[in-house]
Design a protein around this ligand. Structure first.
Ligand code: HCA
Ligand code: CU
Length: 388
């Protein structure tokens, strides 16, 4: 397993391929600023050929002087490369599919001429800037003929590519089956090793089956050096690996400790607001309910010791654990919440009435937060005083 894994964030490139999503230049700069603060190694900031606005944003981000390496996406065309280099990026991701099906029906080219085209563009980019970090991605890598991928990757590395990315463009891979990312990456590294080639290996996993993170971790275990992700898992169709989930698992479960996880909530709020894509309440790590306990049995045990119902602490993200009161709540949850609002001395009869009201609110499909609980307590007290 590779200890020095790099993260490439593609919120601004792949993420903007989410239908209907567009980030203004100042928002792109703010997102890139947060990614830099989090400690992301490579920010894939856009594909400058797509619009003049994206070109301007890539340029502005590249010139910010971030610690993160700022990169651009590019087709295997000299004109795309020129436009990207003009922005001053230090990383260039060039993609070209080499499956027989795509070559025959879309590009109308044979493999050798496609490979020549790819190698020529890489050589050209390297000649323009020898320090440029170049990634070559055989798009739809995992469904392409393996021999084609090895041949294209070999030519790309010989032409100057530093990174070969394995793209699961359609979220096709399934851990533990014959379509395992672990096996794929292992085989590719072995084949390149036989040719004495040792590029960095990146992995780009789409989430069509909900397996993007599992596949990315499979790739990491097999020795991948770079993992692509995006905030909120944004991207084409079901998107790609979710950045916050990936960084949290690598930190907590794989002992990597290089990211400022405390900034993720701010990043997600910003990206959610400006993409118009809400964060589902039950989304791992960043969802509203990710650290909220509800059922009476849970809140009771978790108020004794949170570990009973948590395997991740909200502290690592700068979040707080909450206890939600609704129709599921019991007297233990209520007493815990009463303590939090300084009402622990409320007498038993009042507590029973407060709990009744809490359950009634819950049955109407809402939860009671601490501010509302205070109002309920006041009303119950007032009611009793009024009636007595
Ligand atoms: C795309 C497809 C891509 C490319 C990945 C890469 C994919 O939108 O161009 O260039 O590394 O999933 O294959 O995102
Ligand atoms: Cu993609």
């Amino acid at each position: 397993m590779n200890d020095l894994v790099w993260i490439l964030d593609s919120t601004l490139r792949e993420g903007e391929q989410t239908p209907g999503v567009y980030f203004d230049k100042h928002i792109k700069l703010a997102i890139a600023g947060l990614l830099d603060e989090i400690g992301i190694d490579i920010i894939e900031s856009g594909h400058p050929m797509v619009t003049p606005e994206i070109h301007a944003a890539v340029k502005a981000i590249a010139q910010k002087g971030f610690k993160s390496i700022v990169g651009a996406h590019s087709r295997s065309l000299q004109s795309d490369v020129d436009l990207a280099l003009e922005c001053g990026v230090k990383f260039l991701g060039i993609f070209y599919c080499v499956s027989d099906e795509r070559l025959e029906t879309v590009f109308k080219k044979d493999l050798d001429s496609a490979i020549k085209l790819i190698a020529d563009v890489i050589k050209y980019a390297k000649s323009q800037n020898p320090n440029l970090l170049i990634r070559y991605t055989p798009e739809d890598t995992v469904r392409s003929q393996f021999e084609n991928v090895v041949k294209a990757a070999t030519a790309a590395v010989e032409a100057g590519a530093d990174i070969i990315s394995v793209a699961d463009t359609t979220g096709f891979m399934v851990p533990g089956t014959s379509r395992s990312m672990y096996d794929y990456i292992s085989r590719l590294i072995e084949e390149l090793d036989k040719r004495n080639l040792h590029p960095k290996i990146a992995v780009h996993c789409h989430n069509d089956r909900g397996l993007a993170l599992a596949n990315a971790l499979d790739a990491y275990r097999a020795g991948a050096n770079i993992i692509d992700a995006a905030a909120l898992g944004l991207g084409e169709r079901a998107g790609i690996v979710d950045l916050a989930q990936l960084l949290t698992v690598l930190t907590v479960d794989y002992s990597q400790n290089k990211w400022n996880l405390g900034k993720l909530v701010e990043l997600y709020d910003l990206v959610s607001k400006h993409s118009g894509i809400p964060i589902p309440a039950n989304y791992p790590i960043t969802g509203k309910n990710a650290f909220t306990h509800c059922a009476g049995v849970h809140t009771h045990a978790a108020s004794v010791n949170p570990m009973h119902y948590e395997s991740l602490s909200p502290d690592i993200l700068g979040r707080t654990r909450t206890f939600s009161l609704d129709h599921m709540s019991g007297i233990a949850s209520l007493r815990y919440a009463l303590k939090l609002i300084g009402e622990e001395l409320l007498d038993d009869a009042h507590q029973v009435d407060v709990l009744k009201e809490v359950k009634s609110v819950g049955q109407r499909g809402r939860t009671v937060d601490l501010a509302e609980l205070k109002h309920i307590v006041d009303a119950v007290k007032h009611h009793k005083i009024y009636n007595s």
